[in-house]
Structure formats: structure tokens, C-alpha cells
Write a protein that binds this ligand. Structure first.
Ligand SMILES: NC(=O)C1=CN([C@@H]2O[C@H](COP(=O)(O)OP(=O)(O)OC[C@H]3O[C@@H](n4cnc5c(N)ncnc54)[C@H](O)[C@@H]3O)[C@@H](O)[C@H]2O)C=CC1
Ligand SMILES: CC(=O)C(=O)O
Ligand SMILES: [Mg+2]
Length: 372
């Protein structure tokens, strides 16, 4: 198969869809890989590294899209990239379609086969292609939050760990999944006082087992959430209902009652955000203030630590890229229901229920389309 790796064009996005090691693996299976010039140069993967791995370097995104049958990326395709997609393309990348009707409409119009990393599943029902970026974003969320709590960033001037004789900051993590668990680990490491809310008792039991009375766990209801939020210095928004728009659990009324200069890091912003006041921001301009509360809502947080993130992402995507290339996308999905769970748009039809519901497109069952 002919595989294309364009340079990412989202704001401050330095990750790349395939590392030279991944390219080498694909080429050794007999595939052809086309990499856009400088696709990885910002994180130490030069054009020469890719050439030595067996790739052909092309000068423009148009040349890559023109040469390739499958496009392997990191972030959702931007408008200029969507305009280059055709029914002959398979697109394998993060998509986050539910809160993004415009992108969904464009992918439907393109006729391409669009497989979203974030809805591919595994045997345990987890999301293996989202997990490494959630690990990164969860760890970063506490770093970002600690910085936003500083006065110069608009925060209330609180140190997460406090000092002897002065209480530590109160950190509330809403959603104890992969982002949440990594945020908890960092917040504890920095000496904060941590509360985690979730609706899955197994998640809360595991956290309790790990940290005992170092943290508080709360079953998430409107009441417990409200009580925790209004007392927090730092809130991490990390809920997810796979494929769906994030529920707006944290209301404007709760935010109004938080202390002046407190901080919300809404990691769930890529699915639309879990507060009523969240809107996506960029690494260039990551925060804004509503009712005295600093909001950090960067939708591609792992892009800031792009080398670590690219290596972590390739560890999990490579087996799927290889299966798609070796078998062809339709056969690969027929043989693997977990890969098929990633199919969001196919031949002009929306094949993921939550995306169809959120964007007003009719839903088509992927099994029927793939002839199962
Ligand atoms: N902004 C960024 O750069 C990045 C954002 N993310 C996003 O972070 C979000 C979280 O991802 P993961 O931790 O991997 O998901 P996950 O599925 O591992 O965890 C989500 C948790 O939310 C919980 N939850 C669902 N409804 C809830 C409710 N009403 N109250 C409390 N908890 C509830 C679930 O039980 C689950 O434990 C996703 O939207 C993901 O796309 C991930 C990586 C990077
Ligand atoms: C998951 C995601 O949105 C990211 O890594 O940018
Ligand atoms: Mg206030």
C-alpha cells in the first residue's frame, strides 16, 4: 500500500503520524511510504532519517495526498487537508467529530474512509489509541494548572504543595480514567490535596486501593461535584463518554462560586469540554478568564511535548497501521471488531452512533457497510 505522512499544520503541533522506525517497519513489509519534507524535523526526525528508513520525501501536502492511499496523521484534518481527501483515501488519525459538525460534514462529502484513533477499542473495552495521549495530557494538566495558579498567569498565587505551616492547594479531578489517574499521580507527587470524582465505582475502588487516605474519592453526583468544585484551587476536567460530546457537568453557577484566581484545566475540550464556559484555546494563547476563574482549554496538549508524544503514539498505532496496509482497510476491519470501532465515516456515511446523533447525520451500521 502507498502510505502518506503529511506535516501537521494545527497550531504548535509538532507531532508526526509516523516515526522513522515505524516507516522502516512498513517498508520492510513491502509498502511505500511518502513523507512530507520537514514532517518530523522539529522533534529530531530529519528528512534524511526518513529516507534511510525507506521513505520517499515529497515537497508538499498536495503531493503526499496525491501519492497516498492511506494518510496517517495525528490531529484532525484541517480544512485545507479535508479539501484534498477523496473516496480513494483512508484517513487514520484523531478526529473528535461529535463536537465538530463542520469537519464531519466535510469528511462525509469527501467519501473517504475515516478511522478515528480515539474510538478504536481493545478486549477490555478501553481505548488503546487514546490512552498514551491521555497519559501525557493527564501528567501535563497538573504542570499547566500549577503554572496558571501563579499570579503572573492570572491565578490566585497558590503553590500546589504549600510549604510547612501553609496548606497545600485543593485539586479536584473530574473523571478518574486515564487522564484522571495520571493527573492524580502528578498532583500527589507535588503535594496537593486531591479529590477525584467518577461514576464508575471500579475506578474509585482502584484509586482508593492505590492511594488510600492520600486522596478522597467521591461518587459523582450534581451535589458532590458542586461541593468539590466550589472549594477547589485547581479543577481538572477529564470525563469521557467515548465518541460523544463531553457532558457539561461543571456549570457556570459552580464556576461563579469558585475562589477568584482558581483554575480549570479542561482536558476534555477535544470532545467539546465538560464545563459550560469552556472553549478551545491554542498553545499560543492557552488561557482566558471567566468569572475570575482561569480556563486552560488546549485541545492538543501533547503537541507541546511532541517527541515523547510521537514515540508513545507510534507504539500503539503501528500494529493497526500495519494491519490496514497489509490486509487493506475493509478486510482489516472485517477481521478486527476493535479496529472497526474506530470507523466514524465511510463512503459518505456516518458509522458511529454518538457522532451521528451529535451532528444530525443519519447513522449507518458499519457492519452492514463492510459486508458482515
Ligand atoms: N486536550 C488534550 O490535548 C487531550 C484530551 N484528551 C481527552 O481527555 C478526555 C478523557 O480521556 P481519558 O481519560 O482517556 O478517558 P477515560 O475513558 O479513560 O476516562 C473517562 C472517565 O470519565 C468518567 N465519567 C464519565 N461520566 C462521568 C461523570 N458524569 N462524572 C464523573 N466521571 C465520569 C468515566 O467513568 C471514566 O472513568 C477525553 O475527552 C480525551 O479525548 C486526551 C488526550 C489529550
Ligand atoms: C487526543 C488528542 O486530542 C491529542 O492527543 O491531541
Ligand atoms: Mg468567582
Amino acid at each position: 500500500m502507498k502510505i502518506g505522512v503529511p506535516r501537521e499544520i494545527k497550531n504548535r503541533e509538532y507531532r508526526v503520524g509516523m516515526t522513522p522506525a515505524a516507516v522502516h517497519e512498513l517498508c520492510s513489509h513491502g509498502h511505500q511510504v511518502f513523507v512530507e519534507t520537514n514532517a518530523g524535523s522539529a522533534i529530531g526526525f530529519s528528512d534524511n532519517d526518513y529516507s534511510q528508513a525507506g521513505a520517499q520525501i515529497l515537497e508538499s501536502p498536495r503531493a503526499v495526498f496525491g501519492a497516498a492511499e492511506m494518510i496517517v496523521k495525528v490531529k484532525e484534518p484541517q480544512p485545507a487537508e479535508r479539501a484534498m481527501l477523496t473516496p480513494d483515501h483512508t484517513l487514520f488519525t484523531y478526529l473528535h467529530l461529535a463536537p465538530d459538525k463542520v469537519q464531519t460534514d466535510d469528511l462525509v462529502t469527501s467519501g473517504a474512509t475515516c478511522i478515528a484513533y480515539e474510538t478504536v477499542t481493545d478486549r477490555r473495552g478501553h481505548l488503546p489509541l487514546l490512552a498514551p495521549m491521555s497519559e501525557v495530557a493527564g501528567r501535563m494538566s497538573i504542570q499547566a494548572g500549577a503554572h496558571c495558579l501563579e499570579k503572573s498567569a492570572g491565578g490566585r498565587g497558590v503553590l500546589l504543595g504549600g510549604v510547612p505551616g501553609v496548606s497545600p492547594a485543593r485539586v479536584t479531578v473530574v473523571g478518574g480514567g486515564v487522564v484522571g489517574q495520571n493527573a492524580v499521580a502528578m498532583a500527589i507527587g507535588m503535594g496537593a490535596q486531591v479529590t477525584v470524582l467518577d461514576r464508575d465505582m471500579e475506578v474509585l475502588r482502584n484509586l482508593d486501593h492505590l492511594y488510600g487516605n492520600r486522596i478522597s474519592t467521591l461518587f459523582s453526583t450534581v451535589r458532590t461535584l458542586e461541593e468539590a468544585i466550589i472549594e477547589s484551587d485547581l479543577v481538572i476536567g477529564s470525563v469521557l463518554i467515548p465518541g460523544a460530546s463531553a457532558p457539561k457537568l461543571i456549570t457556570r453557577n459552580m464556576i461563579r462560586r469558585m475562589p477568584e484566581g482558581s483554575v480549570i484545566v479542561d482536558v476534555a475540550i477535544d470532545q467539546g469540554g465538560c464545563t459550560e464556559t469552556s472553549k478551545p484555546t491554542t498553545h499560543d494563547d492557552p488561557t482566558y478568564i471567566v468569572d475570575g476563574v482561569v480556563h486552560y482549554c488546549v485541545a492538543n496538549m501533547p503537541g507541546a511535548v511532541a517527541r515523547t508524544s510521537t514515540l508513545a503514539l507510534n507504539n500503539v498505532t503501528l500494529p493497526f497501521v500495519a494491519a490496514l496496509a497489509n490486509k487493506g482497510p475493509v478486510q482489516a476491519m472485517r477481521e478486527d471488531p476493535h479496529l472497526m470501532a474506530g470507523l466514524n465515516v465511510f463512503g459518505g456515511k456516518v458509522t458511529y452512533k454518538e457522532v451521528a446523533e451529535a451532528t444530525g447525520h443519519p447513522y449507518t451500521d458499519p457492519e452492514s457497510l463492510l459486508g458482515l
